[in-house]
Design a binder for this molecule. Structure first.
Ligand code: FAD
Ligand code: MLT
Ligand code: ZN
Length: 484
């Protein structure tokens, strides 16, 4: 069965020639021009091993100037490119579809400055998120975003996907915390928007165009980001609810009773829990006395241990008494806290180990969120395992359908049903992962025709030859119309 549908190669793009390779070697040196099969194989394949391109060339610039020279040349030659960060994207956006040149900014990984008073960090796009987290930890700060892929994903990739993750409920989206960007446009023009100001209302705030545009409008080379201080008291609770309505009620109670110290509110259902327990090594059920239908992970972060503990314990006690919670445990030390996080963050990995996975990332009104899971289970019966988890506090459901192998008859039960259902609720078919290749032609389920037309016009203005990440984000009928 087909794993992913692939649009045909746009013939207006040039094929790489020996002269192109010589030119790239001249500007980047031998090391910056990667043609080894093994390395290319990795860069051509996405994290899920679902999308696979056939690029014969990866370029590794070390400076903004080199990125600019590369793009200027590719644009004049009409060579298509795909910007790549840590290659942890989940929608087939970070790998070539055909023979696009891969531009990896991983060698651009310097921290440029950090202001200890304001907490403003300026760094190159290739910095790995976890390295930034470690750097900031030593300075008494944290990153405003955290996600399971932190060991590999890069800040440039995070910005380009507008990654959400586990802390969005507290620190908001990157549209709020990114203060500035440096971006190279398709023709090599360097846009210096690398401000470090909290307030700046001079004209259109163009950086927002590049946050979440998945490498289709420019390559992000530098990022300026506001980081919150690291607070001394962090608590983590692993809880159980018997039904979805209780999860929802618990969320509104948590917002009210934990207030400003709430820093994560995540959920997983029993199918997700079973999968983690079955496929990941060394995981123990934190609530082993009985099985539960739903699990909630709540984190609090504050500045006074006694106050935070008192608040959390009072909240848990009242939730137990009112029957919203049926069981729960607070992590007693940092090791136990990481083991709780490992359960939540390990779900994508467990799904990969279980076989084929169809991934949907939906924004839905929280009161409707689990209805689609129940309906999906009904539709699929025993043909596949329907698994649900996600950022409940943000109204973001990760609906995953796990099967032994990819099967067109399973897919036809899922799509277009899942998109139509989401559209009917005025939800989003991509809450945080982006559209990539997977959903480029599905954008109309969440955006009006006029909006998509305007996006197409902006794409054409910024990238008239359509060389940046072709076949992704926008429907090919829009992104390729009028290209040469
Ligand atoms: P890539 O995968 O390399 O690229 C992603 C997209 O950005 C592509 O379209 C690419 O062309 C573009 N891009 C990359 N770098 C640049 C650049 N410098 N300039 C322009 N375009 C660029 N996502 C969430 O939102 N929340 C989560 O909680 C979350 N958890 C995850 C957990 C796991 C285990 C995994 C595997 C993935 C998870 N993701 C999550 C998805 C993914 O990690 C994020 O989308 C992440 O931000 C991608 O970063 P990256 O550096 O790997 O980018
Ligand atoms: C998560 O929240 O775990 C990520 O977005 C990855 C996924 O959806 O599988
Ligand atoms: Zn997520």
């Amino acid at each position: 069965a087909s794993v992913a549908t692939v649009p045909s190669r746009n013939p207006s793009f040039a094929m790489i020639s020996c002269d192109d390779i010589s030119y790239f070697k001249k500007i980047l040196g031998e090391k910056g021009v990667v043609q080894e099969e093994l390395k290319l194989d990795d860069a051509n394949t996405d994290w899920m091993r679902k999308y696979k391109g056939s690029s014969k060339l990866m370029l590794q610039p070390r400076s903004t100037h080199e990125v600019s020279e590369i793009l200027n040349y590719c644009n004049s030659r009409c060579l298509a490119v795909v910007p790549q960060g840590g290659n942890t994207g989940l929608v087939g956006g970070s790998v070539p579809v055909h023979d696009e040149v891969i531009i990896s900014v991983s060698s651009m990984n310097n921290i440029i400055s950090f202001d200890k008073v304001s907490g403003i960090l300026v760094c190159e796009a290739g910095c790995i998120l976890e390295n930034l987290i470690t750097f900031l930890d030593n300075e008494g700060y944290i990153m405003p975003l955290d996600l399971g892929a932190k060991g590999s994903c890069q800040i440039g990739g995070n910005v380009s996907t507008n990654a959400g993750g586990l802390r969005l409920i507290r620190y908001g989206s990157l549209h709020g915390s990114v203060l500035g960007l440096e971006v190279v446009l398709a023709n090599g023009t360097v846009l210096d928007m690398l401000g470090t100001l909290r307030k700046d209302n001079t004209g259109y705030d163009l950086k927002h165009l590049f946050i979440g545009s998945e490498g289709s409008l420019g390559i992000v080379t530098k990022v300026s980001i506001l980081t919150p201080p690291k607070l001394s008291s962090v608590n983590l609770a692993f809880l159980a609810c018997e039904d979805y309505v209780s999860c929802q009620k618990l969320l509104s109670e948590a917002k009210r009773k934990l207030g400003e110290i709430l820093s994560a509110f995540e959920f997983l259902d029993v199918s997700a829990m079973d999968l983690v327990l079955k496929h990941l090594d060394g995981i123990r059920d934190p609530l082993p006395s009985s099985k539960h239908n739903f699990y909630i992970v709540i984190e609090t972060t504050g500045s006074m241990e006694s106050h935070d503990k008192e608040k959390l314990e009072a909240f848990l006690l009242s939730s137990m008494e009112s029957g919203l919670l049926t069981d729960g445990v607070i992590a007693q030390d940092i090791n136990q806290a990481s083991s709780f996080w490992r359960i939540r963050e390990g779900i994508p990995e467990a799904l990969m180990k279980a076989g084929a996975v169809y991934k949907y990332d939906l924004s839905l009104p929280p009161e409707k969120m689990y209805d689609v899971v129940d309906e999906m289970r009904e539709r699929l019966g025993t043909a596949a395992n329907v698994v649900a988890y996600g950022h409940l506090g943000d109204g973001n459901l990760h609906l995953n359908i796990s099967a032994r192998e990819y099967d067109d008859s399973i897919l036809s039960q899922i799509e277009p049903f899942v998109y139509e259902w989401t559209s009917k609720q005025r939800g989003s078919i991509s809450a945080e992962h982006g559209l990539g290749l997977m959903k480029a032609n599905k954008i109309h389920y969440s955006k009006s025709a006029e909006t998509v037309q305007l996006m197409g016009a902006m794409k054409k203005l910024l990238d008239p030859n359509g060389i940046l990440n072709p076949y992704k984000v926008l429907p090919t009928s829009i992104s390729q119309s009028g290209v040469n």
